[in-house]
Design a protein around this ligand. Structure first.
Ligand SMILES: NC(=O)c1ccc[n+]([C@@H]2O[C@H](COP(=O)([O-])OP(=O)(O)OC[C@H]3O[C@@H](n4cnc5c(N)ncnc54)[C@H](O)[C@@H]3O)[C@@H](O)[C@H]2O)c1
Length: 324
């Protein structure tokens, strides 16, 4: 059976997903929707029989789709997901799932009521290095973790404003928070400090803080600190170091370095995490077996709670308790 896929969002990542999907057996890119029919038609043009639409409703009224990939900017969530839930169409949505708490709450409740198949684009979970770390952590006790996303300010307009991206911790560093939750479990309490250095050198309309550290108490008793900056020009690095009772696991990019007392072992990922993410989602649609989906909407909602709590803590100067 050929699965017909629609893509919401005509930018970088909508096109990336469409390219990967179109190379898969039994998958057809059938439609794009965006903020204008011209942009959507242009994005659809490389795919035979695909059409472009200027709204999700138009796309869903005109095309019978088996699934939709939601690749809109963080602020443009809500209407699209709720329309998909209403029509019972499974979807994969890119992270972050929103810039506030209310919209993801409403989407999560609607999904849970319907029992819809969903997936969220936390692709770090699908890296070989991550699954190796998970295996190692089955026999080691994590004591604490340090994580970071250190880089420069992306160029897209929506990334630079708190109300359209949620800021770096919500938009980007959420990958590391999610990786930490996947490997170390849930978060009980969040303390954050954000800052804005070299303001004079930035464009005036930038409102996202460009430095920050967030300390979390985990349900397991472990403590983690994840820091980020979007203010440096070079030396970019994103990763998570897990300090266990039997060595340090360092996940960086697509490799895992395991530093034990007497030896260091490097595990290099070989498969593409985006392809594995697609395979798991499409398999669930075809067969009903959801076991390969490593990040559901419900799970991603918990990661979003943590990043929202970090923003709240940074704003108030107070810790935020997520659970007792
Ligand atoms: N998982 C990853 O590694 C990864 C990497 C890059 C981007 N992303 C995520 O993908 C999402 C999109 O990022 P991007 O880089 O493609 O952004 P982009 O700015 O390149 O594209 C976003 C597109 O969405 C369209 N859009 C805006 N509002 C819309 C609406 N209401 N309905 C339909 N379309 C709308 C815009 O016109 C634009 O074409 C972001 O949430 C980003 O975090 C994830």
């Amino acid at each position: 059976m050929t699965l017909k896929i629609g893509i919401a969002g005509t930018g970088w990542f909508g096109k990336m997903h469409a390219e990967k999907l179109s190379a898969m057996e039994g998958v057809q890119i059938s439609a794009f929707c965006g903020t204008s029919s011209e942009k959507a038609e242009a994005a659809a043009s490389p795919y035979r029989d695909a059409r472009g639409y200027e709204s999700i409703e138009q796309m869903l009224d005109d095309r019978k789709l088996d699934a939709v990939y939601v690749c809109t900017p963080p602020f443009a969530h809500g209407e699209i997901e709720l329309a998909l839930v209403e029509r019972g169409i499974p979807f994969l949505v890119e992270k972050p799932i929103g810039v506030d708490e209310d919209t993801p709450n409403r989407i999560r409740n609607a999904i849970n009521e319907k029992g819809l198949v969903t997936s969220v684009g936390y692709h770090f979970r699908y890296m070989d290095s991550t699954s190796r770390a998970k295996d190692l952590l089955a026999v080691r006790k994590p004591l604490m973790a340090l994580g970071q996303w250190m880089g420069s300010m992306p160029g897209v307009y929506w990334w630079r404003h708190m109300n359209t991206s949620g800021g770096q911790f919500v938009e980007q560093t959420t990958h590391i928070v999610d990786l930490m939750r996947y490997l170390l479990g849930d978060v009980n309490e969040v303390y954050a400090a954000y800052g804005y250095m070299n303001k004079a050198e930035q464009d005036e309309d930038v409102t996202v803080p460009n430095i920050g550290s967030v300390t979390m108490k985990l349900a397991s008793g472990a403590v983690a600190t994840i820091s980020n900056t979007c203010g440096i020009q070079g030396g970019h690095h994103a990763g998570l170091q897990i300090y266990t009772d039997a060595g340090v696991l360092d996940i960086a990019g697509d490799a895992l370095i395991d530093k034990e007392v007497s030896k260091t072992t490097k595990y290099q990922s070989s498969s593409n995490p985006y392809i594995r993410e697609n395979e798991a989602f499409l398999h669930a649609i075809r067969t009903g077996d959801r076991s390969g989906i490593l990040s559901t909407y419900d799970d991603a909602w918990h990661t979003h709670q943590v990043t929202m709590a970090a923003n709240k803590s940074a704003m108030t100067g107070l810790p935020v308790k997520l659970r007792k």
